[in-house]
Write a protein that binds this ligand. Sequence first.
Ligand code: LLP
Length: 388
Amino acid sequence: MFTKETIQKFEKLSTPFYYYDLAVLKKTLSEVQSLSKANNFHVHYALKANSNPEILKLIQSYGLGADCVSGGEVKRAVETGYKSDKIVFAGVGKSDSEINYALDQNILCFNVESTMELEVINELAQKKNKIASVALRINPNVDAYTHKYITTGLEENKFGINPYEFDTVIDLIKKLPNIKLIGLHFHIGSQITDLSPFKKLCQRVNEINTWFLHKGFDLQILNVGGGLGINYKEPDKESIVDFKSFFSVFKEFLEVRPGQEVHFELGRAIVAQCGSLISRVLYIKKAINTNFAILDAGMTELIRPALYQAYHKIENLSGSLRSSPSGQLFKYDVVGPICESSDCFGKSMELTETQRGDLIAIRSTGAYGEVMASGYNLREEAPKVFSE
Ligand code: LLP
């Protein structure tokens, strides 16, 4: 929701730019902070969703840890004030130099995805005379019922260790002196809006947690990942995600032994709704069956519609200030300037009558927007604007 004052402020800026409403982010963070405290849960923010330093510092100030998937993200987390004992490092292909850097930082734990990775971390830790704490990323074979590109917990996906490898992994860990197994890690996918896959995940975690206990591993951490989805259709109706229902599933169905900690890695649910991509209409072009509204932002600033056919709400901000009392809407295919047919933010989007120069907001872009930007077509990096 943009006030008249905000839109007038935007009128003076050159477009496109990423806008972050810090009031929305702060409200979201207070909610996460109070619910995680009440449930005794630990939340690590998944930097991959948005690693803008200002955003990261704010999230850190609410006590969240950092979930990183590259050496660059571990470095960014350290630089923006996250304590090393609140940093975890996941990812299916960690390079030696990334592992070495994370070992030097004494991070809380590596989420390990294969037997070969265990051997490499052991060898590198040995050279530094260190013991690396690890959690095993398990592939629980739970369907998240989300887009196939963001489903991660099925046997066919590249992520995690499959249950048929558990005996081999345990035998290996017993032989690796510089590895300490401290937890189990799961992540079944992203943009999950129906909570039932999370219930199924809890049941799988319980079975696997018990299996490891019977093998002599009383593990300190159960990390159930992230994946909680947001409302892209109506961002103003649900600007703060229903974290209460999400956490309740884990409170009810996860069997946690005394002393065990439950960790989450939320990305999208924390940052998506605070961000919008603000753009201007360059041209209106009439075609046989449609009108194109051609923007100065493209798939280089927001690739989600092109890559996952993702829906983002689009609003004509200038139009909202001058709209006629009849409130008549017109249909536009809203596209960008990039030389690709997939550079389309939405087909038949209903907007107030749209003109050259109008300011357009593409909503819910706080997660996987700025971080997935590219310089394709030699586009310049879009600036970031904060509400405060
Ligand atoms: N933990 C792990 C191991 C992950 O792979 C991910 C996301 C997360 C946590 C955070 O998930 P979230 O809470 O944000 O759903 N670019 C895609 C999303 C890719 C998600 C990758 N992994 C998109 O724009 O929809």
